[in-house]
Design a protein around this ligand. Structure first.
Ligand code: PLP
Length: 407
């Protein structure tokens, strides 16, 4: 992973010039999707304006240029994750597809067990729950040790049996913003020969995701959140020997060679998991987003997000009738995903009012994680999620707006 060019603190003015943000709103819904920087929009627009050819299709020099470009982005993403080889990167349309490739690709035996947590997004619940009826797999839940959402690796160890095949869990919670100790979970799991899949949909772009340091077996994520890439592109990283054992979710053009009327052969990795023409423009946008992160400096982005989160949390703690869920400022690094409730108001109403009254964009509800809401004992939360283009001024407006609601 490359080092940041500068360690100077990242300032909002430096960042904002790179975005086309609607001045009428203050955007704090980055855990759902982020506005891509102009560099991403331009890269995709240039692709469509010039010659929008397909990846790995056609033989002319023109088509080869696109193929070389996508291959270079795959290599860049591999380096970003500290993967051993670009062959370990499979482009998908989103995180959900990546989870499904793994869930449906492993050879399950009835009685096999999968461990997940109640804090998962449903995209990392449903593919495993479905295996209960389709493959006789048992799903077990490891509960967070406390209300800050942290999973104790010792609790994971206690759930592991000789039938446990895989643990699938988030790196950063989409509701509580807490960072799980994946390294410790992997150490426990691997002692028993159990695979670990990490849902990095909320950690990519917020904190470092180094697959060697984490020690996991699979990582799934998408481009449109904190990575600041476009919609419709995601990826699966997996250790080469594991990816090659997965039965592909689909067969079709690009992934498979038709040998004769009744026979086919899967192509090499990673192509065997990419059936049909991939989202070439999406990959190009993702590539531009990775370059943008490098230009700003990834550590600087993480620090700026923490600075903004701590600023907001300090203000929030002074507002009566507001309950915040997750780690307090100073406890450990903030990831900029902050959930709270205002007593006597539904989370949806709070979000609607913040937008209607002051153009403040948050999200209200269960955020695709109904079991997390159940764990917290709430019907929903208002989630405010920052990115490095946000400012203290904007957060000050959000705090004043929340204060007016919470009288
Ligand atoms: C932690 C987490 N996992 C998975 C998903 C699903 O992502 P996608 O829509 O890219 O499939 C989300 C989406 O919000 C998420 O926050």
């Amino acid at each position: 992973m490359s080092q940041d060019a500068s360690t100077a603190p990242l300032r909002a003015e430096e960042v904002r010039a790179n975005f086309s943000l609607d001045p009428a709103i203050k955007y704090f819904n980055n855990a759902s999707c982020s506005p891509p920087p102009l560099a991403v929009i331009d890269a995709m627009s240039d692709y469509y304006r010039s010659t929008p050819l397909n990846y790995r299709s056609g033989v002319t020099q023109l088509e080869s240029r696109i193929t070389d470009r996508v291959d270079a982005i795959r290599a860049n993403l591999a380096a970003f994750l500290n993967a051993k080889s670009p062959a370990e990167i499979v482009f998908t349309k989103n995180t959900s597809e990546a989870v499904n490739i793994v869930a449906n690709g492993l050879n399950w035996k009835p009685g096999d067990e999968v461990i997940i947590t109640p804090l998962e997004h449903q995209s990392n619940l449903l593919p495993w729950i479905r295996l209960e009826s389709t493959a006789g797999v048992s799903v077990k839940y490891v509960k967070p040790a406390g209300s800050d959402g942290l999973i104790d690796p010792a609790d994971v160890a206690r759930l592991i049996t000789s039938r446990t095949r895989l643990i699938s869990m988030h790196h950063v919670s989409n509701m509580l913003g807490c960072i799980q100790d994946i390294e410790a979970v992997c150490a426990v799991a691997h002692k028993h020969g159990v695979l670990v899949m990490v849902d990095a949909a909320q950690s990519e772009g917020r904190i470092e995701v180094d697959v060697q340091k984490l020690g996991c077996d699979f990582v799934v994520s998408c481009g449109r959140k904190a990575l600041l890439g476009p919609q419709g592109i995601g990826f699966l990283w997996g250790r080469e020997e594991l990816l090659s054992q997965l039965n592909p979710l689909l067969v079709g053009g690009q992934s498979t060679d038709l040998i004769d009327e009744h026979t086919y052969a899967l192509k090499a990795l990673p192509f065997r998991h990419e059936s049909g023409i991939i989202n070439t423009a999406g990959v190009i946008g993702l590539g531009a987003a990775l370059d943008f992160a490098d230009t700003l400096g990834r550590n600087r982005v993480s620090h700026r997000i923490q600075e903004l989160a701590n600023y907001f949390l300090n203000g929030l703690s002074g507002i009566r009738k507001v309950r915040h869920f997750g780690a307090r400022p100073g406890n450990y690094p903030q990831t900029g995903i902050i959930s709270f409730v205002v007593d006597g108001m539904s989370a949806q109403t709070v979000s609607e009012r913040l937008y209607k009254d002051d153009g403040i964009v948050t999200a209200g509800g269960v955020h695709g994680s109904p079991l997390a809401a159940k764990f917290l004992g709430v019907e929903g939360v208002t989630r405010l999620s920052v990115h490095c283009f946000n400012t203290e001024d904007e957060l000050g407006s959000a705090l004043r707006s929340i204060e007016r609601l919470a009288v």
